[in-house]
Design a protein around this ligand. Structure first.
Ligand code: GLY
Length: 371
């Protein structure tokens, strides 16, 4: 059976695209041997365009804000279609300074954000602890980013699988061996024909046979997250992040009592083994910010590969192979950027052009740069 669209990769990016395409009446197939087991599974679910802001990444900020703006409707539609509550929680984010120098850095970042129209509030340590009593007594102050929030990425993925199937899409749990603009060949040898093929295989996108060599410069950035469980005194209410002695850490409390602690960042190729030192550092730094965390129950460590790109922004759009589209390179923002990517790729396939929001993020920008 020929599909209108085959999406290789069943994480939130691939499934979001597939769901939006199926809603437009296209015949959609998603190919993935283990959907959602990569970066989607390890992610913490922070929707944080403001507190992920880095100098020089203004275009990425605009894309993140646009996707954040779409999130309430995206979630409402998804929950309505599936009956799954996806843990979209809008309690804001606290960025805790570790020391006075860190507080100065946050003040500079706040000022930079202000020039870009972002609103954050710089408060004292006492005010932060009034909001979040579990914070360490030595925290001298920090930022409150009221608009940065969170979603339970695993429930989001569960919902997308169901929404896709209810919209008429199909999921083939096999590995893709190669792609071209009009077919996907599975590792079993079966060939699935399609009008358009979208590769949304995260860090592996550039490795897939048929994706033009060097045209999609995605690279793996290993990340580890921990899942703890609130117990007794550990009652965190807000997303808390900080940089403890130069080492970034964040804690995300879910309504079900889970606390996700993240995330390490390592250039280690395609190695997926959990590293003891990274786990130690995450626990050490998280506990430095929230001392009572030591009482939490330890549930899980998860490791996956962020799809990194040369400018930290995604690569979404056509390739030099007719019919072959990619959607990868979302790096630290895959969950955040899922709605805007899904809408944009569905529009590209249905109407023939990427919307303005995604136009600066095609993979061809790197060809232009190297020329
Ligand atoms: N979005 C946070 C991270 O990649 O660790």
């Amino acid at each position: 059976m020929r599909s209108d669209v085959i999406v290789v990769g069943g994480g939130v990016i691939g499934l979001g695209i597939a769901w939006r395409c199926a809603q437009r009446g296209l015949g959609v197939t998603v190919v993935d041997p283990s959907p959602g087991s990569g970066a989607t599974w390890t992610a913490a679910g922070m929707l944080a365009p403001t507190t992920e802001l880095h100098y020089g990444e203004q275009a990425l900020l605009a894309l993140g804000l646009e996707s954040a703006r779409r999130y309430p409707a995206f979630v409402a539609e998804l929950e309505d279609a599936t009956g799954i509550e996806v843990g979209y929680r809008r309690d804001g984010t606290i960025v805790a300074a570790w020391d006075a120098a860190d507080l100065t850095g946050l003040r500079d970042l706040q000022e930079f954000g202000r020039t870009l129209g972002l609103t954050t509030e710089l408060v004292t340590g006492r005010e932060l602890r009034r909001l979040e009593p579990a914070l360490a007594s030595g925290v001298p102050g920090g930022l409150i980013a009221a608009d940065d929030c969170q979603i339970d990425n695993r429930r989001l993925h569960d919902a997308l699988v169901i929404a896709l199937e209810r919209a008429g899409g199909r999921l083939v749990r096999e590995r893709a061996a190669s792609v071209s603009g009009d077919r996907v060949t599975l590792a079993t040898g079966d060939v699935l024909p399609a009008a358009t093929v979208v590769v949304a295989a995260g860090a592996w996108t550039g490795q897939l046979d048929g994706v033009p060599a060097g045209a999609v410069p995605v690279h793996p950035v290993k990340g580890q997250t921990l899942r703890l469980r609130q117990s007794g005194d550990v009652q965190l209410r807000h997303v808390v992040r900080g940089v403890v002695r130069g080492s970034p850490v964040y804690l995300i409390p879910r309504t079900n009592g889970e606390i996700v602690v993240g995330a390490s960042s390592e250039e280690a190729g395609f190695d997926l083994s959990p590293r003891a030192g990274a786990i130690y550092e995450l626990l050490r730094d998280a506990q430095a910010l929230v001392p009572v965390l030591g009482e939490a129950t330890f549930d899980e460590v998860s490791t996956s590969l962020r799809p990194g790109s040369p400018d930290n922004a995604p690569m979404v759009g056509p390739t030099s192979v007719a019919g072959l589209v990619v959607a990868t390179g979302h790096y630290r923002n895959g969950i955040l950027l899922a709605p805007v990517t899904a809408d944009g790729v569905a529009e590209l396939i249905a109407d023939g052009a990427l919307p303005d929001a995604l136009a600066p993020f095609t993979p061809s920008r790197f060809e232009r740069a190297s020329a």
